[in-house]
Write a protein that binds this ligand. Structure first.
Ligand SMILES: NC(=O)c1ccc[n+]([C@@H]2O[C@H](COP(=O)([O-])OP(=O)(O)OC[C@H]3O[C@@H](n4cnc5c(N)ncnc54)[C@H](OP(=O)(O)O)[C@@H]3O)[C@@H](O)[C@H]2O)c1
Length: 277
């Protein structure tokens, strides 16, 4: 019998039972015939550091981190990548052989890769992006769009101060638009992104008027329950290229899987089906 260690990984959150990550990683482990496991780990905020220091000793090679730990993890990690520092949050951890923890953020990578895969003609530098929302996910979206050469981001958030804060942090390519006015700038968008939770099952509807939407605008929604949100349906009816949020979830998982299990997984229709199971 081999005494090789079976690599373990998981997603740390609270709550975590709803997470689709175990379905996605489990699908890839099976598909690539890798002897490893990926499990949901329900962890209290007060116990996060203790758990993280213990996991490497138990055979864990890394983990994903989700709500509410994505910011707190930045204080605990021994090393933090530049992109996680820029975003101020981490979603992917690598446990090094000496037990030290490297924190990374792959949400922006997932967002951009999803767009490139589903809207191959979209060029980030081609024109302004209009972004709804200035929460945690928005930070990753904005950092990635700016890094990809986005010339201008028209950012709008219900709580204007949060958008103003982004403007202070990310610089003059961000233009803040009042939440009640944002319908008026939709027509300028080469890319339209919803990063709010509006439109998600159980949340209020997104009521921004989209009458000005042009059919050459690429439209994407981070909300993926439902897969086709009202905003995406509207955009589809206008004739826009639309990109749903499930792809971002799948692509953000790729770098972690590759680091932990040594194989770069493919995001394809089977992966989507596995995540929706
Ligand atoms: N597809 C993916 O891979 C992916 C990844 C991450 C997140 N997401 C989804 O993205 C959404 C946001 O996540 P998050 O982590 O950024 O959450 P968050 O940090 O809590 O931010 C929530 C955002 O929604 C806005 N919002 C909430 N209720 C609103 C309302 N009634 N009217 C107007 N704006 C409202 C908030 O505005 P205020 O600042 O005014 O509160 C804020 O901009 C969630 O649906 C999440 O599931 C998807």
């Amino acid at each position: 019998m081999s005494d090789a260690k079976i690599p373990l990984a998981g997603v740390i959150g609270n709550p975590v039972a709803h997470s689709r990550s175990p379905l996605v990683h489990g699908h890839w482990l099976k598909k690539y015939g890798i002897a490893g496991h990926y499990v949901p780990l329900h962890v209290e905020t007060t116990e996060l550091e203790q758990v993280l220091r213990t996991l490497p000793k138990m055979g864990f090679v890394g983990a994903n981190v989700t709500i509410p730990h994505k910011e707190q993890i930045m204080e605990i990690a021994d090393q933090v990548t530049d992109r996680a520092t820029l975003i101020g949050a981490a979603n992917t951890l690598i446990f090094r052989p000496d037990g030290s923890i490297l924190a990374d953020n792959t949400d922006g990578y997932g967002f951009l890769t999803n767009l490139h895969q589903s809207a191959p003609d979209w060029d980030p530098a081609s024109g302004p992006a209009v972004v709804f929302g200035a929460g945690g996910a928005s930070r990753a979206v904005i950092a990635s769009l700016l890094e990809a050469g986005g010339p201008e981001i028209l950012l709008s958030n219900r709580t204007r101060e949060r958008a103003d804060q982004f403007r202070n942090e990310f610089g003059s390519r961000i233009k803040v638009v009042d939440w009640v006015q944002v319908g008026n700038v939709v027509e300028q968008a080469a890319l339209l992104v919803n990063t709010t939770s509006l439109g998600m099952v159980g949340k209020p509807r997104l009521r921004v008027p989209l009458d000005g939407l042009r059919k050459d605008t690429v439209v994407t929604d981070l909300v993926y329950t439902p897969l086709k949100t009202e905003m995406l349906q509207w955009a589809e009816d206008v004739g826009c290229t639309t990109v749903d949020g499930l792809g971002m979830l799948l692509h953000q998982a790729v770098p972690g899987f590759e680091r932990w299990f040594g194989t770069r997984p493919e995001v394809d229709d089977d992966t989507r089906e596995a995540a929706l199971a």
